[in-house]
Design a protein around this ligand. Structure first.
Ligand code: ADP
Length: 245
C-alpha cells in the first residue's frame, strides 16, 4: 500500500509541514566545527543533518594528477549508513558518485582555482541524517566550509530544490513531496543567480520550468542571507576576541 498523501496542499495553501509553497524548511548552520579541517560547517535543514569539511589548498599527490595552471577540486558526497531508515551500504554508489560529480561542478565556476596551480582542494560532505534535499543541503554546507577555509571564491554558492505537487510548484521539497511529487528540480546558484547545478526528475512545462527557476532563486536568496549572517557572526566574534586581548 502506498503512503502517498491524498493532498499535498490544503485549501489554505499550506503544505503537509505547514509551509507555504515559497517557504524553505528552517535552516541553521555553524562553521568552524572541526578543528583538524581547514574549514567546516554543520548544517541542519528541516530534518537533514550534514557535516562538510574542506582540506586544502595543499599539494596534490601523486604529482602526475596535478594541473599545471589551477587547483583540482575533489568533492565527496557520502550518506552515513545510519542516515536513512534502512541502513545504507557503506562506500560509493552510483547515486553518490553522480551527486559528487555534479556538486563539484557546482563549485568550479566560483572557486578561484587558478591561484593554486598544482594544488588540490578536498571537500567532504557527510550526510548524517537524510530527509530529502541532501545534495542541496550538502552544497550549502560545503559552500560555508570553503568560505571558512578562506578559499578565495567569487561568491557563495546556495542550493535548493523546486518540485511539483498537486499541479503546483513548491520550494524545498519535504520527504513525501520528494517521494510522491510529480517533479524534483535541484539547483545551485551563485550569489548573482548564475546557475551552476541543474538536475531534473519528472515533467514540467516550459512555462513551469521558468517559474521553477524564479522560485528557486527566491529560495537561494533566503539561504544566502542565512549563510552571510553565519559568516558575519563568526567574524564579529573573532573581532571581539581580538579587541579584548
Ligand atoms: P536528495 O537527498 O538530494 O533529495 P534523492 O532525491 O536521490 O536526493 O533522495 C531523496 C531522499 O531519499 C534522500 O534525501 C533520502 O532521505 C532518501 N534516500 C536516498 N537514497 C536512499 C537510500 N539508498 N536508502 C534510503 N533512503 C534514501
Amino acid at each position: 500500500m502506498s503512503d502517498k498523501p491524498e493532498k499535498f496542499i490544503d485549501e489554505k495553501g499550506l503544505r503537509l509541514d505547514g509551509r507555504r509553497v515559497n517557504e524553505i524548511r528552517p535552516m541553521k548552520m555553524e562553521i568552524g566545527v572541526l578543528s583538524r579541517a581547514d574549514g567546516s560547517c554543520y548544517l541542519e535543514w528541516g530534518k537533514n543533518k550534514v557535516l562538510a569539511a574542506v582540506y586544502g589548498p595543499r599539494e596534490l599527490h601523486p604529482r602526475r594528477l596535478q594541473k599545471a595552471d589551477s587547483a583540482l577540486i575533489r568533492y565527496r558526497y557520502n550518506m552515513a549508513a545510519f542516515s536513512v531508515e534502512d541502513r545504507i551500504r557503506p562506500g560509493p554508489s552510483r547515486r553518490s558518485i553522480e551527486i559528487s560529480k555534479v556538486s563539484r561542478e557546482a563549485f568550479e565556476p566560483v572557486v578561484l582555482t587558478h591561484l593554486y596551480p598544482g594544488a588540490v582542494i578536498d571537500v567532504f560532505a557527510e550526510v548524517l541524517q537524510a530527509d530529502a534535499g541532501t545534495r542541496t543541503a550538502a552544497i550549502n554546507a560545503a559552500s560555508m566550509a570553503l568560505a571558512d577555509a578562506g578559499i578565495p571564491m567569487k561568491g557563495l554558492v546556495s542550493a535548493c530544490a523546486v518540485g511539483k505537487v498537486d499541479g503546483q510548484l513548491v520550494l524545498d521539497l519535504n520527504k513525501p513531496e520528494d517521494n510522491y511529487g510529480d517533479a524534483d528540480i535541484p539547483m545551485a546558484m551563485t550569489s548573482e543567480g548564475e546557475i551552476t547545478l541543474l538536475q531534473m526528475d519528472g515533467d514540467v512545462t516550459q512555462e513551469e520550468f521558468k517559474q521553477a527557476v524564479e522560485l528557486c532563486k527566491e529560495g537561494c536568496r533566503q539561504i544566502l542571507e542565512i549563510q552571510k549572517e553565519t559568516l558575519k557572526n563568526k567574524f564579529t566574534k573573532l573581532e571581539e576576541v581580538e579587541v579584548s586581548d
